[in-house]
Design a protein around this ligand. Structure first.
Ligand code: AMP
Length: 282
């Protein structure tokens, strides 16, 4: 083939993609699969509700597990393999659900100690060591060329990027923008816990983030003022209780003295008993 023909012939996507999920799949997950399909020869979706990333009083037991419906979505999206392991396959010889940090039968853990420190890491102390450990295991089992993560879990994305760099994984981490409902609520498997009234009130997270973005666009650079404004919006919904509303450095997630473009506004709030998170890059 001469060079001119080679240049115009569309290149076949090559490589193996991994899309790690906990199942209860929705359009946000489907967007990850579609993005992965565009530039890979095959896509593996893992479906595993990882016990070690849940705190003792969190929703591990009631987390939805509609495996058959999930497999249909994967099939529709052209996924080559669904990897849905058991606890014993992921944590051989241990019962991770029963053990807190420090008393685990599994004695090897993967931890990221910088980006994971604040925000979710502070409120959910064992969350990211569970996430890093399970993602490292999935990387070792599947050995993908690329792995796809949603910006919806912004801190998780940054923790994984950092882990991959620190541990020299030969894997490209691809981030995918947050998929939202028509009114702006970020899609989440946990949205199905919300009653119709809570679902309506949950929109305050998105409203609060937009309020921060508008103030930033008008020239506000004081993180405290943006945080207070976000908290005030959350307070307008009687069913909502703020966990945190913060502006952080877009890479390290450290606190800011002065807000800059590329920083991120992050919110966690309970709506009724359901804890939701969302974020927006400024
Ligand atoms: P989960 O099943 O909640 O652990 O999420 C699996 C992956 O899907 C993670 O990388 C999430 O960030 C991503 N994800 C979840 N919700 C969304 C969304 N609304 N838009 C884009 N990605 C998402």
């Amino acid at each position: 083939m001469n060079a001119a023909v080679a240049a115009i012939k569309p290149r076949k996507p090559s490589g193996l993609a991994l899309v790690p999920t906990m199942g209860a799949l929705h359009e946000g997950h489907a967007a990850l699969m579609r993005t992965a399909r565009e530039s890979n020869a095959a896509v593996v979706v893992s479906i595993y509700v990882n016990p070690t990333q849940f705190g003792p009083n969190e929703d591990f037991a009631k987390y939805p597990r509609p495996l058959e419906a999930d497999c249909r979505i994967c099939e529709r999206e052209g996924v080559a393999v669904v990897f849905a392991p058991t606890d014993n396959e992921m944590y051989p010889g241990s019962q991770p659900r029963l053990r807190g940090r420090g008393q685990l039968a599994a004695s090897t853990w993967v931890e990221e100690l910088q980006v994971a420190k604040r925000l979710e890491g502070e409120r959910r102390p064992s969350h990211f060591h569970g996430v890093c450990t399970v993602v490292a295991k999935l990387f070792n089992i599947i050995q993908p060329d690329r792995a796809y993560f949603g910006q919806k879990d912004y801190q998780q994305l940054k923790v994984i990027q950092r882990m991959v760099r620190d541990l020299c994984y030969p894997i490209e981490i691809v981030s995918v923008p947050t998929v939202r409902e028509a009114d702006g609520l970020a899609m989440s498997s946990r949205n199905r816990y919300l009653s119709p009234d809570e679902r309506a009130q949950a929109l305050v997270l998105w409203k609060a983030l937009n309020c921060a973005r508008d103030l930033f666009a008008k020239g506000e650079r004081d993180p405290q003022r943006l945080q207070t404004a976000m908290a005030q919006v959350i307070a307008t919904a009687p069913a909502a209780r703020l966990d945190y509303a913060e502006i952080a450095d877009g890479e390290t997630l450290e606190q800011r003295q002065k807000v800059k473009r590329g920083d991120v506004a992050l919110i966690a709030a309970f709506v009724g008993a359901t804890r939701l998170i969302d974020n927006l890059i400024l």
